[in-house]
Design a protein around this ligand. Structure first.
Ligand code: NAG
Length: 442
């Protein structure tokens, strides 16, 4: 999402993650009202986009259960023109798809009052646009970071209020949900400046020393308990932290969000197209930030397809009926302990917490048998109708295979020919290869 991070995080695998907004209104009132799923779209990676490229993204996202893009705006001079194209495409799409601005405050200046003018300008330019996402009748706006911005004022809160939210009135009023990187216990300090908090890093331990799923779920629950209280619409956001614990995280995190959906009015998928950090669910297109080495050939569209199922469950409060049988699989290209023969950078921090495994989700219309195989082992398990997460250890040189069968009939199988768990990688890559197959195309 940020060019400056690319070199530090070059090889870190970051699977897509989710942020979820949590209200602290009384329980019985939660769950009412429409729920939304967003995806974070890095405008900085769209230099070459045409209106049609935006239109394709919008239709694809819309078809997979996403309601709006958070347009991550950096400081490139050409970005306003891409935002204009994005809004034009959303309108042209003739869908309910919406857009809102997410200011990347690691890129945008915010030291002087004058710096706020361009932020306000984005809001006033699109406030009345038919494709602007609104919440509670206000223009929805977000950030990445911004917890140090003063806009020349005495404090961060004063800066944002006097130079941003407070100056946007009437039809330009904003519902401001920044992702300030602060301890959730300190949200109160910023309460006057925000209507909610997209807390990118709070729900999961940032420094993970174990890949045990239960430890992350506990951390998530603890964070969800802390709420920012603000009159009117008290909101706090929790977010799935992904950096070092991503193997099974995407489906697991969705499941925990769906369980807690009564508390969560909106969820943001991180991200649509952050190729640099490897956590994209959208197609590989546009202008990569020199990430081709670890992105090309690592399509993530299986996760986008899976997003649709989870999004429907989250929005409707029940898992959708599955009409056919589907296999989703992913794996990293080499063992975590493999030694690359000519890697200039080395392994990412915490690479050791990842598992050398084939990860599979089967989504079935009825009870079935699911088989997972590598070159060395094969396991079959009975699965119920609906979603089951499975995995199988991988060894150097393994190919991967999964199938769903009933009786003696294989209903659907998936054996990606272009994947082999590499024994002797030249360079490190902790990105994931994904693939999917369906018993009939949807
Ligand atoms: C799964 O496999 C077992 C063992 O072969 C078989 O008895 C069972 O009927 C199968 N289940 C289904 C749903 O086909």
């Amino acid at each position: 999402m940020h060019f400056s991070y690319i070199f530090h995080r070059l090889l870190v695998l970051l699977l897509p993650l989710l942020s979820a907004t949590v209200t602290s209104t009384p329980l019985e009132k939660r769950g009412s009202g429409q729920k939304y799923v967003f995806a974070h779209h890095i405008v900085g990676n769209t230099f070459s986009y045409t209106v049609d490229n935006w239109l394709d993204d919008i239709k694809l996202a819309n078809a997979n259960g996403i309601d709006a893009f958070a347009l991550n705006i950096g400081s490139d001079s050409w970005e306003p023109n891409q935002v204009k194209k994005a809004y034009a495409a959303a309108e042209q799409s003739k869908t309910t798809f919406k857009l809102f601005i997410s200011f990347d405050m690691t890129a945008l200046p915010c030291a002087t009052a004058r710096n706020a003018a361009s932020l306000r300008n984005y809001i006033t330019t699109y406030a009345k646009h038919p494709s602007q996402f609104k919440y509670n009748g206000k223009v929805f706006a977000s950030t990445f970071s911004g917890e140090k911005c003063t806009f020349g004022q005495r404090s961060v809160s004063q800066g944002w209020v006097s130079q941003f939210t407070g100056q946007l009135t009437g039809s330009n009023s904003v519902f401001f949900v920044p992702s300030f990187f602060v301890d959730p216990n300190n949200f109160r300090t910023y309460a006057s400046a925000m209507d909610g908090q997209l807390n990118w890093n709070s729900a999961w331990p940032i420094t993970v020393t174990t890949n045990s799923l239960s430890s992350t779920l506990k951390a998530s629950g603890a964070t969800a308990g802390r709420a920012l209280t603000r009159q009117g619409s008290p909101l706090v956001t929790e977010v799935g932290e992904f950096i070092y614990l991503s193997d099974q995280l995407y489906p697991s995190r969705w499941q925990s969000i769906i369980e807690a959906r009564d508390h969560i009015p909106m969820v943001e998928v991180l991200t649509w197209n952050d190729y640099g950090e490897s956590h994209y669910v959208g197609p590989i297109k546009g202008s990569q930030p020199n990430s081709q080495a670890w992105v090309d050939g690592f399509d993530h569209s299986a996760w986008l397809d899976l997003t649709k199922y989870f999004s429907l469950a989250y929005k409707n409060g029940k898992y959708p009926v599955v009409a056919n049988d589907n296999i989703y699989m992913w794996a990293r290209p080499h063992a975590k302990n493999a030694i690359a023969s000519s890697d200039p950078i080395g392994k990412p921090n915490n690479f050791g917490v990842s598992e050398d495994a084939l990860f599979v989700v089967v989504l079935t219309s009825a009870p079935a048998n699911a088989t997972l195989s590598t070159s060395s082992v094969s396991h079959t398990v009975a699965v119920p109708a609906g979603l089951t997460q499975l995995s199988l250890p991988l060894n150097a040189g393994d190919s991967i295979y999964a199938s769903i069968s009933r009786g003696n009939t294989i209903i659907v199988k998936l054996a990606p020919r272009n994947f082999r768990f590499e024994a002797n990688p030249k360079t490190y890559n902790f990105n994931a290869f994904t693939a999917m197959a369906s018993s009939n195309s949807r």
